[in-house]
Design a protein around this ligand. Structure first.
Ligand SMILES: Nc1ncnc2c1ncn2[C@@H]1O[C@H](COP(=O)(O)OP(=O)(O)O)[C@@H](O)[C@H]1O
Ligand SMILES: CCCC(=O)OP(=O)(O)O
Length: 360
């Protein structure tokens, strides 16, 4: 009997995989990939067979038979700008995931692996609220240089899921509320949600606050000088910005728990950097409040960093004048993916077709 949903969430250093029965997570594994293993692959898309085999081996070890799966759902990637929702994985989508239409990201593999397993069983593969979700208002696309439009790349999956949860707690629908959601993970997205739509965001890889491993927005003149200094290749500079920036750049660790430990031991430099991260997050939240003309029903802090009472309190001190703050630490992307698939399987939501939504 086909009763399970397989959820696949590829990240930069791991592939999270889970089996759901309805909205119950009955088995999950976080398959870690060492830097050494991953260094064998030139591009992220080259990791396809390796990660797919790791998933299939795990399913086998756990005794799951693919013929019992109803659908496969993966985290979607850097596709063309698209509306939020649950999408059927189609051939055209696979092409865009393979080339990385808006760049390389581990999440590009989610839809590709999901479709290949689903095809072997004649069932559907889906992606839900990929990082390419684009609900920007036109005004948010203007950067200040015509050649460089601002882009919506965002932790849409967790932001939408957490927002739905908090709206429900307030007895409201998502389209009735204005939220500011700060997804505080290895990368940081701070987004204003106007009537549930992500109308702006910093772009976790290029702007906004610095994060545990990313530099955030930089003074552009100095960045251009650095790029032309001859000291770095394009790849090296990109790595410095995403992977070796933020806490890693200043403190040599991407682990906020380690930073808090150092602060508690009296490390004043660690304190300065950690406080600067909170300062930049709060400043971005203030900018989102301006986007929403001050009409903010709730500020939500989520992601792994929101487990830090110290970080939360530093942010809240600066933003509590705007609205109440709700803390939803961690993320439940696996459940969000399963629920997205279930909404279309149960007919509560219409499945979206990539080609129709992006006009190709
Ligand atoms: N209990 C905790 N207290 C403070 N920071 C934490 C805690 N748990 C996780 N973190 C921090 O959260 C960050 C990772 O967040 P996470 O949402 O797991 O990121 P990602 O999914 O992008 O890898 C790391 O800096 C980690 O140290
Ligand atoms: C660009 C937004 C998505 C993102 O940065 O995801 P990760 O933090 O999982 O890399």
């Amino acid at each position: 009997m086909r009763e399970y949903i397989l959820v696949i969430n590829p990240g930069s250093t791991s592939t999270k995989v889970a089996v759901f029965k309805g909205n119950e997570n009955i088995r999950q594994k976080n398959i870690s990939h060492s830097a050494e293993e991953l260094s064998k692959f030139e591009r992220i898309s080259d990791q396809y067979e390796y990660r797919k085999n790791a998933i299939l081996n795990w399913l086998k070890e756990e005794g799951f038979d693919l013929s019992n799966f109803l659908a496969i759902v993966g985290r979607g990637g850097l596709l063309r700008p698209m509306p939020s929702g649950t999408y059927l994985v189609t051939e055209k989508m696979i092409e865009d995931l393979k080339i990385g239409y808006q760049g390389e990201h581990a999440s590009n593999l989610g839809g590709i692996i999901a479709k290949s397993i689903a095809d072997s069983q004649g069932i559907n593969a889906y992606i839900v609220d990929p990082v390419a979700v684009d609900e920007f208002e036109d005004i948010a696309r203007i950067s200040g240089l015509p050649e460089i439009p601002r882009r919506s790349l965002v932790h849409a999956l967790n932001i939408k899921a957490v927002s739905r949860k908090i709206a429900k707690k307030m007895n409201k629908n998502l389209d009735e509320v204005n939220f500011i959601v700060a997804h505080l993970g290895g990368g940081i997205s701070v987004a204003p949600l106007k009537k549930g739509k992500i109308v702006d965001v910093n772009n976790a890889n290029e702007g906004g606050p610095f994060s545990p491993e990313r530099c955030g927005g930089l003074p552009v003149g100095d960045l251009v000088k650095m790029a032309f200094s001859g000291k770095y290749t394009y790849k090296e500079l990109k790595k410095k910005m995403v992977g070796q920036g933020g806490l890693v750049g200043y403190l040599g660790t991407n682990d906020a728990r380690e930073v808090v430990k150092r602060i508690n031991e009296g490390d004043q430099y660690a304190k300065l950097i950690f406080e600067a991260m909170a300062y930049q997050i709060a400043k971005e939240i203030g900018a989102c409040a301006a986007v929403l003309c001050g009409k903010v029903d709730k500020i939500i802090l989520t992601g792994g960093l929101a487990y830090s009472d110290l970080l939360n309190s530093l942010i809240i001190d600066r933003v509590k004048f705007i609205s109440d703050v709700e803390i939803v630490p961690g993320e439940d992307e696996m459940l969000a993916l399963a629920e997205g698939a279930l909404r279309v399987i149960n007919g509560e939501e219409k499945v979206k077709i990539y080609e129709e939504e992006v006009g190709i």
